[in-house]
Design a protein around this ligand. Structure first.
Ligand code: G6P
Length: 630
């Protein structure tokens, strides 16, 4: 996911930009760049790969200590529109303007057509660069730089943030946001900071303002003093915004200001998806789902059938993986709990690959089953998050997720990273085996690349969505029991939602395939029971809604989780958690991605309920992160 840094003030601009971007390096990226003033002109240095390549360019040109008050912006990019090349790296310069962008411009194709008609010739393949041309067009109409930015932003659909500077307005930085996070601050030594994460500026000041959705912010000097002015990007009216004093102790620096690791890790999911994709894919290739060459991939290509074994949350990932792999790659997939599999006598057909999924790579039952299969000469593959774990060492090959360290005992980001790996494998095998058309594969892959950006836009501390989930939790946290129900892709998520609630809130909760509720559990429904209905707009929605009616008519309290525009579903629900959905190219392809929107919703619901009940969220009683006993 992209990192943004901007600075104008008394310190050396390139140095501040580089140090801020270094603090954002954890976000994972494939190219980087900076823009800063030299003799009144904007100088741009950008490069593929790591930030040190940009640092070297600056150093070689002797620009790393440039000192002037005119400001600059920097960026670490993770490619979505256009390959990770130097040309596509940010900042993009258009006339006197340089900009960096985080997020997606969804209507970029329409904008591009218009700009081409007007004779503009963008140099990169990105959606981001187009924004600079929009600003130029608005300036031609006589608008000031700031007003031109605001007018241009009104033309953009999607969720993103953009930070810009102009040779015509030295010393001024303009930021605008309706998605990806943006933070600003005044430099106590005189200056203004802009960043996509407070971490990038915390070494200079702990007093920051989180830019709200729909805000435009201008950092500049007025009468010799730096100030930050906020405006409503829709109307242009001036706004009052307050600052937040970040009280980040050493311990809370680990938690980055979050009250619990679990919450931090829920919010880190978009980042862990990017890191996982970076690890799995060879982005230099043009094909959809271009798997990086590794032994695990060869094992998968040879397999005629897959037997997946796992425990707990990893088992839920496996259940969902089966849906995707069978649908797109047309390979038979069996899924079983490792503790059952290893103590029966499974009959495996030749050419079956046994896959163990385990975030820790140490779970005794999964590991035991892998060892047993190896001793029988059956090929094995471990999907884990921990390099050097027993499973990674003992299976014939390992495939890693890149969720980073997960401290909270209840799995969150490791789970969705497992899901993403399975989805990518399903898409890749489908394209290779031609069971998924190249066109669908490409569309799906583009959506997968956009997903982390999209989620990053509304999975953050100040999001309205979090406040809504908090509100729902307050209404239900004292209830005696919960059912989670869903069909299709939402069924494993229902199981996971119930498990999360049991694990951290110690509430009796069960996950069910929506069609199964009437075969017994419905007898338990009364007005003390909450039923969480997972019914995004997919091929199963209608059926799930019928099942909702069955439990509602028996008095259950319904929490609906569905598309934000699904009014009918919202009206049937006592409480409502909306899912914002990006503009979809083909809904029948996008439906496979709903789990990535649903999972954070059920994770946050469980988290808030647990906090209200006062349990130990990060270290729930009786549970361990790595279960090395049977
Ligand atoms: C423990 C953890 C769960 C996890 C399960 C399987 O019970 O508390 O969060 O899902 O183990 O762990 P694994 O490391 O194999 O994914």
């Amino acid at each position: 996911m992209c990192g943004i840094m901007g600075y104008a003030g008394n310190r050396s601009v390139p140095r501040v930009l580089l140090s801020g971007l270094k603090r954002l390096e954890y976000r994972g990226y494939d190219s980087a760049g900076v823009a800063y003033f030299v003799d009144g002109r904007l100088e741009i240095q950008k490069a593929e790969g790591k930030l040190c390549n940009v640092e070297k360019l600056l150093h070689d040109k002797g620009f790393d200590h440039v000192q002037n008050e005119n400001g600059g912006i920097g960026h670490t990019r993770w490619a979505t529109h256009g390959r990770p090349t130097t040309q596509n790296a940010h900042p993009h310069k258009t006339g006197p303007i340089a900009l960096v962008h985080n997020g997606i411009i969804e209507n970029y194709q329409d904008i591009k057509c218009e700009l081409l008609e007007k004779g503009h010739r963008p140099l990169s393949e990105t959606d981001s660069e187009l924004f600079g041309y929009l600003v130029l067009e608005e300036q031609k109409k006589g608008h000031s730089f700031v007003e031109a930015v605001r007018q241009s932003f009104l033309k953009v659909e999607g969720s993103c943030s953009v930070v810009l500077i102009s040779e015509e307005e030295p010393g001024m930085i303009v930021g605008i946001r309706n998605g990806s996070p943006l933070v600003v601050a005044l430099d106590p030594q005189g200056g203004v900071f802009f960043a996509s994460d407070a971490q990038a500026i915390i070494e200079y000041t702990n007093e920051v303002a989180f830019v709200e959705m729909g805000d435009l912010v201008v950092g500049h000097q007025v009468d010799g003093r730096y100030q930050l002015d906020f405006y409503d990007s829709l109307t242009g009216t001036k706004l009052d915004r307050t600052t937040t004093k970040l009280n980040w102790s050493v311990e809370s620096l680990d938690k980055q200001g979050y009250p619990h690791y679990m919450l931090k890790e829920i919010f880190e999911q978009p980042q862990s998806w990017i890191d996982t994709l970076n690890l799995l894919l060879d982005r230099a290739k043009q094909d959809p789902f271009p798997l990086a060459a590794q032994p695990s991939v060869e094992l998968l290509r040879r397999a005629k059938q897959l037997q997946i074994i796992a425990c707990g949350t990893s088992w839920h990932a496996a259940l969902l993986g089966k849906y995707w792999i069978e649908r797109w790659a047309k390979i038979t997939v069996q899924v079983e709990l490792a503790s059952e599999f290893r103590y029966r006598d499974p009959v495996l057909s030749p050419d079956t690959l046994v896959i163990g999924i385990s975030q820790s790579g140490e779970t005794a039952d999964t590991l035991g089953a892998i060892r047993e299969m190896r001793s029988r000469g059956i090929p094995t593959l471990g999907i884990c998050n921990v390099r050097g774990s027993s499973m990674a060492r003992e299976a014939d090959a390992a495939l890693f997720t890149a969720a980073g360290p997960e401290v909270g005992v209840a799995a969150t980001k490791t789970f969705t990273s497992q899901l993403l790996s399975l989805l990518v494998l399903a898409g890749a095998l489908g394209c290779e085996r031609k069971t998924l058309s190249l066109e669908s594969g490409r569309e799906l892959f583009d959506e997968v690349l956009r997903l982390p950006h999209f989620m990053d836009g509304y999975l953050h501390r100040s999001s309205q969505w979090l406040a809504q989930i908090d509100h729902v939790s307050k209404q239900v946290y004292r209830r005696k029991g919960f059912f989670f129900m869903g069909r299709g892709y939402s069924f494993p998520i229902a199981l996971e939602g119930a498990l999360k609630l049991k694990e951290i809130a110690y509430i009796n909760a069960e996950g069910y395939a929506a069609g199964e509720l009437k075969h017994g559990p419905i007898a338990m429904i009364d007005d003390e029971m909450v039923v969480v209905v997972l019914a995004p707009r997919d091929r199963w929605r209608e059926k799930t809604i019928s099942n909702l009616q069955e439990v509602k008519s028996r008095g259950a309290c319904i929490i609906g989780i569905g598309n934000s525009d699904d009014q009918a579903f919202e009206e049937m629900s006592d409480f409502w958690i909306p899912l914002n959905v990006p503009k979809q190219i083909r809904p029948e392809l996008f439906e496979a991605l709903y789990p990535f929107l649903l999972v954070p919703a059920v994770q946050l619901l469980s988290y808030q309920v647990a906090v209200l009940r006062g349990t130990d969220v990060d270290q729930p009683r009786n549970l361990a992160k790595s279960v090395t006993v049977e």
